[in-house]
Design a binder for this molecule. Structure first.
Ligand SMILES: [Zn+2]
Length: 437
């Protein structure tokens, strides 16, 4: 789910300056409080920002460290510094150098990229108070000794007392405030850094492989793309039993004869979610399915192709929320997406229960001032009441002609939005427009 392009965008975005906002430090002094100690599955569905749920709301990193109150929907920039205008990266507490958030509790934990005294790039676990004051370094993360650089940029996750993270082709775990050398290897190929055969899947140049980590109960999962027995690149899912640390492959992308043709047939699914022994997945251009991870049996849950030909989705234990956006190809530089493809034109979110029952649709057309505005919508996450998404309104211009034409997108607006799953109401909960250049 993560990729390097988005990571570099996030690095740039933290440098964007902010103007004065409605920061009120008295509102954010008591926000932490763990809801439980398990991996927060529904908050790991997007490349845009990192999210942690606490008792009363969500911390997230979009442009600055922010907090949304579950009850009121109010968004606050988490700074805690009196009279701060949040413009100065070096002065504002909310400009934490965060790569990804880990967990709440008495303090908010996160991981960042930094440099050691000798100039080498390292990653550190840090923590702050609930109002972003009291920044403290907890530990440095140990890295794969076979790696020539600490090039891993896959996000780690937090689950039941441990940070699970990847250094190139090795998965480690460590407690958030342990010594660096306390990190244990959870899984490693037999010969790190070389081409491997792993449980029937060939890994070519493991340093290029990305693992997406997941956890559910007693299992850690990691998804990666590998060649299967037929030398076809597929997403493959591995399961590590945390009670005995045994690892086995439990799933791979189904082929078209199993689940029908879809946008990226046989390669990767558009969105997936693991809960209670099943992987739920959405096939853009196809349907919503689940596979039993013990038996491998596929089950079609909803014929989503009847609602939308393409789409992007987020899951939680109870719902799947599906946006009817379509892939759009841009040649040239597109702010905030540096070239290539993004998704656009979505105007409706379809809400399904994870058993496939259709619940309702949410119309997004009222969110745009200008109906011609081209909007990228990033689905962020859903919970039991709401679906959160980020809209980026753009105007486009084309220069040159024929094969040499370059299309340029210019950002007009960036809004955090919430749809109420129970009532169908959709609203903008925070506008970043005034604080982005
Ligand atoms: Zn500030």
């Amino acid at each position: 789910m993560k990729n390097k392009i988005i990571s570099s965008f996030l690095a740039v975005s933290t440098a964007l300056s902010l103007t004065a906002c409605d920061n009120n430090s008295s509102d954010i002094s008591h926000l932490t409080g763990m809801i439980n100690d398990d991996f927060q599955k529904n908050l790991h569905q997007t490349d845009r920002g990192s999210y942690v749920e606490t008792e009363n709301g969500y911390y997230f990193t979009l442009y600055r460290l922010c907090y949304i109150d579950k009850e009121t929907g109010k968004v606050t920039i988490v700074c805690g510094k009196p009279d701060c205008d949040h413009k100065d990266d070096n002065a504002c507490n909310a400009a934490i150098p965060c790569v990804y958030l880990l967990k709440g509790g008495d303090r908010l934990y996160f991981v960042n990229d930094t440099y050691a005294d000798d100039g080498e790039a390292i990653k550190e676990v840090k923590s702050v108070n609930g109002d972003a004051t009291g920044l403290k370094t907890e530990q440095e993360l140990k890295f794969n000794e076979f790696s020539s650089s600490q090039s891993s940029y896959d996000d780690g996750i937090y689950h039941r007392g441990y940070i699970y993270y990847v250094s190139d082709d090795i998965i480690y775990r460590v407690k958030p405030n342990a010594d660096k050398d306390a990190a244990e290897v959870v899984w490693s190929p037999e010969n790190p850094g070389e081409t491997q055969l792993v449980d029937g899947g060939l890994v070519y140049n493991p340093n290029w492989i990305h693992y997406t980590l997941w956890a559910d109960g007693d299992f850690l999962y990691f998804m990666t793309k590998m060649q299967d027995e037929d030398e076809v690149n597929k997403q493959m899912l591995f399961q590590c039993d945390l009670t005995d640390m045994s690892v086995k492959r439990v799933w791979k992308t189904p082929s078209a004869d199993e689940v029908g043709e879809w946008e990226t047939t046989g390669v990767s699914v558009s969105q997936w979610y693991i809960n209670d022994g099943y992987i739920y997945f959405y096939l853009s251009g196809g349907d919503m399915w689940r596979s039993n991870l013990s038996t491998g049996e596929n089950e079609k849950l909803a014929e989503t192709h009847e609602k939308t030909l393409y789409g992007s989705a987020v899951f939680n234990d109870e719902y799947m929320c599906l946006l009817n956006d379509i892939p759009v190809f841009f040649y040239g530089y597109t702010e905030p997406y540096p070239g290539g493809m993004f998704r656009s034109m979505g105007d409706t979110i379809y809400v399904y229960k994870t058993d496939g029952t259709f619940v309702r649709e949410l119309s997004l057309t009222g969110l745009y001032d200008d109906p011609d505005e081209l909007a990228q919508i990033d689905m962020l996450f859903c919970d039991d009441n709401s679906v959160y998404f980020l809209t980026t309104g753009m105007t486009t211009s084309t220069s040159g002609g024929g094969n040499m034409s370059v299309q340029q997108g210019n950002r007009k607006s960036t809004n955090l939005c919430r749809g109420d799953i129970n009532t169908g109401k959709v609203e903008i909960v925070y506008s970043f427009s005034s604080i982005l250049k």
